[in-house]
Design a protein around this ligand. Structure first.
Ligand code: ZN
Length: 254
């Protein structure tokens, strides 16, 4: 019994090493990761920084690549996808790479921060929003969007709302709406934000990239909300041209 288990474990390690080209162990820091990515074809970027923001997987701008530390142990096909995300020449190629990157489960070094709960005094608002989610789902999405929990957040001060995709680690998708937003801007605006986040949910559930790109704008127009939003996931204002961020979360900024 013990012997079998040992052999199994050995077998698994050998397979992992094979994927990296036999002798290579997984990179242990940013420099080693960069060296490996360059061997896999990365040429554009010369610096690499590891991040711990669980909502950002990979981003780059200038000559720097920022990668969540959870990718240090990623298998070769995921690392190749990172290279394609940076170097890919067609949008389809990069989009396929994004899917591979996002599908890789990230284990946070620290215990993940527990998500906020809706404050007991805000439960009525959350329930009202959930009822509207159902209504909007039938009205604009043929009732095909999944049921997702809707949370009212007292912590969100500058953002109006956000949609967070489910993680491979088992955290479910959710929509959060800022309580300050509901109070300050009123119910109509809050419903607009809810619908905005539902377009992100639709992007997620139909395997589109969660962003504010052309797909988002077309769908936003279709459901009757403003097709613009401050771009949080794609090119950020004030950042180098061609800078890209790939994340799990899409937020509507005020
Ligand atoms: Zn958005």
């Amino acid at each position: 019994m013990l012997r079998t288990l040992t052999r199994l474990l050995h077998g698994r390690r050998d397979a992992a090493q094979l994927e990296f080209g036999l002798a290579d162990a997984a990179p242990k820091n940013a420099d080693e990761l960069l060296a490996l990515l360059r061997r896999l074809g990365l040429t554009r970027l010369r610096r690499c920084r590891l991040t711990r923001n669980r909502n950002v997987m990979v981003s780059f701008g200038g000559d720097e690549l920022r990668v969540h530390e959870g990718y240090l142990g990623a298998p070769e096909h995921v690392l190749r996808a990172i290279v394609t995300f940076v170097e890919g020449s067609t949008r389809a190629e990069r989009r396929a790479a994004q899917r591979v990157i996002v599908a890789h489960p990230i284990r946070a070094a620290r215990a993940p921060a527990r998500r906020d709960r809706t404050h007991p005094d805000d439960v009525a608002i959350a329930e009202k929003l959930a009822a509207w989610h159902q209504r909007f789902n039938l009205r604009h999405f043929h009732g095909r969007l999944r049921h997702v929990p809707i949370r009212v957040s007292r912590r969100m001060k500058s953002r109006l709302g956000h949609y967070t995709a489910a993680t491979a680690g088992g955290e479910p998708a959710e929509i959060a709406i800022s309580r300050a937003h509901v109070r300050r801007h009123g119910w109509e605006e809050a419903l607009h934000t809810l619908l905005h986040e539902m377009v992100h949910q639709w992007q997620d559930e139909t395997s589109h990239t969660i962003d504010h790109g052309a797909t988002f704008r077309a769908k936003a127009r279709e459901v009757g909300i403003a097709p613009y939003a401050r771009r949080v996931l794609a090119t950020r204002p004030g950042r180098a041209e061609g800078s890209q961020t790939l994340g799990r979360r899409a937020a509507r900024d005020g």
